[in-house]
Ligand binder design. Sequence first.
Ligand code: ZN
Length: 235
Amino acid sequence: MSEALGILRALAEVEENLHKLAGRLADIAGEEERLRARIARTDQDFARRKEEHKKLRLTAQERANEVDATDAKIREYQRKLDHDIIPYKEMEFLREQVQVLRSKLDQLSEEAIRLMEAVEEDAQKLVADEAEYRERRARLEQEIAELQRKREELGKSREDLEAQRNELISRLPLSLRQHYERLSERLANPVVYVDGQACGGCHLKVSEATLLKLREGREVVTCEHCSRFLVLRWG
Ligand SMILES: [Zn+2]
């Protein structure tokens, strides 16, 4: 019987480690998900930044086109005034139009120049922003790669622990093994430590008689509430 108790103690430790490992793997999965969401946000932010620059460039181009169109109109009117024979009223009208268009042209030209300067300035800023964006993205990718490496490592540890568990189970006397297998159909941890006076599996308080049997360490003890095997922690 003492050999069976030794096996159960070893199983409790292996199962506790497997439980901790599952928790760490879940943490890693959550962290990876958060990092992927951050990458998606970073991409979106930079796409928006590029779109803003494109809009600014477009506005500047539109203003430049207006300057050209206004200038062409002035030339056209001026040519009429200089070369065509036209009625006095129309001539007056065209002269007036040329005046209006000239003052509009000045204003448009100023605007177009200011916009072009803004585009150039923003283009330089965009280069810096893109470098920063690429750097941030690479950093996040690196963090994900690091998590994946850790996950693989933990996955190997889990395989090792599962192999250990199987080996321990195979060494249990038949009746105990059958009880273990029945428990494992519905529970992840058929063998647990007693924490204080409570079963480490169902967390209910176990009886004094059960605790006494555990302390004596002469027989296999199970929880009277959930039937898990109970063992005492060393030391
Ligand atoms: Zn229990």
